[in-house]
Design a protein around this ligand. Structure first.
Ligand code: SF4
Length: 245
């Protein structure tokens, strides 16, 4: 593997810490340019095709037209999400969008762990259907991109542009940390981007069907995920405390 100026093994801190590059995207385009120049074909965008996802795809397409984008296809997504991915691929034909499947089909998972594992042990289900597949997708890559924003939750509030990612022994690049929910939607509307139509039907955050619910009267952009469980993350993003261990 090449020696990159910032990698998991030599990370000493976010090179952009404390400064927001002066561009019209609150630093996002500057960070993406830096990331693709630095890591070239050794960086992957793990996209969930939520509102932040379509913004990042558009920004990435301005920097790296044939970027690799991975969607963790759990086999449990809404048809609206798959329809959106088709539209995005049409809009950006050079992007390499890969639908990454888990090693177990839903039937095999049910045979091994019982039916509807997400109802009894969503952490284990996320591990099988999201975390392991991302681990495989990131093999050989030095860095990955995520759409985390600081205002989304307390656990994301200290996210930097460039982060040491202990979970995947990688560098996690987060260009949208300073964006608000309104910034995301202004960008989508102004640029006429495709987005998941479920957002118009009170789904602010969209994941797998069994773990996503409609939300009425909430300003929380992560509301409606894993309702009934004390769980707010699928496990792809560990907390800062863990990050700094
Ligand atoms: Fe399973 Fe729900 Fe996680 Fe999807 S979000 S992998 S259904 S627990």
């Amino acid at each position: 593997m090449k020696n990159y100026s910032v990698s998991h093994s030599n990370f000493t801190g976010d090179p952009f810490q404390g400064s927001v590059p002066a561009d019209s995207t609150k630093g996002a385009l500057t960070i993406l340019k830096w990331a693709y120049e630095t890591y070239q074909d050794s960086i992957v965008y793990a996209c969930s095709f939520g509102a932040e996802g379509v913004v990042l795809v558009d920004l990435i397409s301005k920097v790296q037209k044939d970027a690799e984008i991975v969607f963790l296809d759990t086999d449990l997504h809404f048809q609206e999400t798959y329809d959106l991915i088709d539209k995005v691929q049409e809009m950006y034909p050079r992007l390499r969008i890969l639908l990454k499947k888990p090693n177990l089909t839903l039937e095999e998972q049910a045979e091994k762990y019982g039916s509807a594992l997400w109802k009894r042990n969503p952490n284990q289900c996320c591990y099988i259907r999201k975390i392991k597949p991302l681990e495989e997708a990131l093999k050989g890559a030095t860095a990955w991109i995520s759409g985390l924003r600081r205002e989304q939750s307390i656990s994301r509030s200290n996210t930097d542009f460039i982060n040491k990612d202990e979970r995947f022994e990688s560098i996690k690049v987060c260009p949208l940390i300073y964006w608000t929910w309104d910034d995301v939607w202004d960008y989508i509307k102004i640029n006429g981007l495709h987005y998941n139509r479920l957002h118009d039907n009170n789904y602010p955050s969209i994941g797998c069907i069994p773990c996503t619910s409609q939300v009425i009267d909430s300003s929380d952009s992560r509301a409606g995920r894993w309702s009934g469980f004390n769980k707010t993350e699928c496990g792809l993003h560990i907390s800062d405390a863990e990050k700094n261990k």
